[in-house]
Design a protein around this ligand. Structure first.
Ligand code: ADP
Ligand code: MG
Length: 349
């Protein structure tokens, strides 16, 4: 029988490498929004504005007032595995920024028409870099960065075909910003679609507001007043793990698990250990398919959690998952059992 014909082993062209890598990072417009907002927050932005056309398929522009990128570094920002956030293995193990893989901009630029407009403090003007042509020219802008992403997947029609309606893609984009907004009450967010303001969450005052009040306010702005009225404060130390946030009373439970937000060191995650721990905490007070609501923020020594599990970093691996499970479970159980929780339950009844 004839062997299958084979071609010699060769290095793939750079562009194709990026497009392959992009498949892992950029699934839909919301993935782009998530990466760009990550970058804005890593740059210290106090205000992040997201502008979309056609659910983000035609245009995603994310504008921030963060530290900016110096002119000479703009082309570097687009290169694969180029990052200002880590320099060595030790940095990787203690990373505190959202990004560190240096892949997002390269991936996004390989499947869209992208440009970066940026101005750091002290630079005489802003510069605009067109990713496709490589053209770099002076432009007008205050301090900060705007990344524009047009015609997502125009060169990869197979991907484009998987996109849903504009309304569905828009909903995913909003959800992506919402996840960031719940972690950063100190930052203002606005989302525009087709020239209309669709969401706006104002930053908590820089001074005067305590963190708990700022979070409560942000949670009501984003999830509705009911979320805060029918939830109790979580604030629990278990060994070196600190769990804060709010846990809904049983009466606040929903039919879908759409108001369950978990963060690890400020990063939104989907994690079986955390959801299982929360489930367990509600075991005796919730029945059937009722889904608890909560926003939980786990703070843990970065060396005890690996965030480098998946390119999108939505999954993490805990060094000691039992420790984290217990911390979250006890945090919620204690919050629900506290006298204040009892008062909230009574008021809601
Ligand atoms: P990563 O975030 O993993 O470093 P990215 O591809 O997302 O990789 O970004 C590459 C680099 O570009 C970042 O490390 C950062 O220095 C710079 N950068 C990207 N977006 C911004 C922004 N909004 N403000 C300032 N710098 C940015
Ligand atoms: Mg990034």
């Amino acid at each position: 029988e004839a062997l299958p014909s084979r071609r010699p082993i060769r290095d793939l062209p750079d562009e194709l490498i990026s497009q392959i890598a992009a498949g892992e990072v950029v699934e839909r417009p919301a993935s782009v929004v998530r990466e760009l907002v990550d970058n804005a927050l890593d740059a210290g932005a106090r205000q992040v504005t997201v502008r979309l056309l056609a659910g983000g398929v035609r245009l995603i522009a994310v504008e921030d007032d963060g530290g900016g990128i110096p002119r000479d570094e703009l082309p570097v920002a687009l290169r694969r595995h180029a990052t200002s956030k880590i320099a060595d293995l030790h940095d990787l193990e203690t990373v505190a920024t959202m990004g560190f893989r240096g892949e997002a901009l390269a991936a996004i630029a390989s499947v869209s028409e992208a440009s970066i407009l940026s101005r750091p403090a002290g630079q005489e003007s802003a510069y605009l870099l067109d990713a496709r042509s490589g053209e770099l020219r002076p432009a007008a802008r205050n301090q900060g960065t705007t990344v524009e992403v047009k015609e997502l997947f125009f060169s990869t029609p197979a991907r484009r075909k998987f996109l849903k309606t504009d309304a569905t893609e828009l909903a995913h984009c909003i959800e992506a910003v919402r996840r960031h907004a719940l972690a950063r009450p100190d930052v203002g967010f606005a989302i525009w679609h087709e020239g209309k303001l669709v969401e706006q969450w104002r930053a908590a005052a820089a001074d005067g507001t305590d963190a708990e009040a700022a979070l409560a306010r942000r949670l009501s702005d984003v999830l509705g007043d009911g979320f805060v009225e029918k939830s109790v404060t979580v604030d629990h130390w278990s060994g070196a793990v600190h769990v804060t946030g709010r846990a809904g009373i049983p009466d606040a439970a929903r039919s879908r698990p759409d108001h369950q937000f978990c963060y690890v060191n400020g990063r939104f995650v989907r994690d079986k250990v955390l959801t299982h721990a929360a489930r367990a905490a509600y075991e005796d007070v919730l029945h059937g398919n009722r889904q608890p609501v909560y926003a939980l923020y786990v703070e843990i020594d970065p060396a005890r959690v690996d965030v480098n599990v998946h390119p999108t970093k939505i999954e993490v691996r805990f060094r000691d998952s039992r420790e984290v499970h217990q911390a979250v479970r006890h945090a919620i159980e204690n919050a629900l059992a506290a006298p204040r929780a009892a008062a909230v339950v009574e008021a809601a009844a």
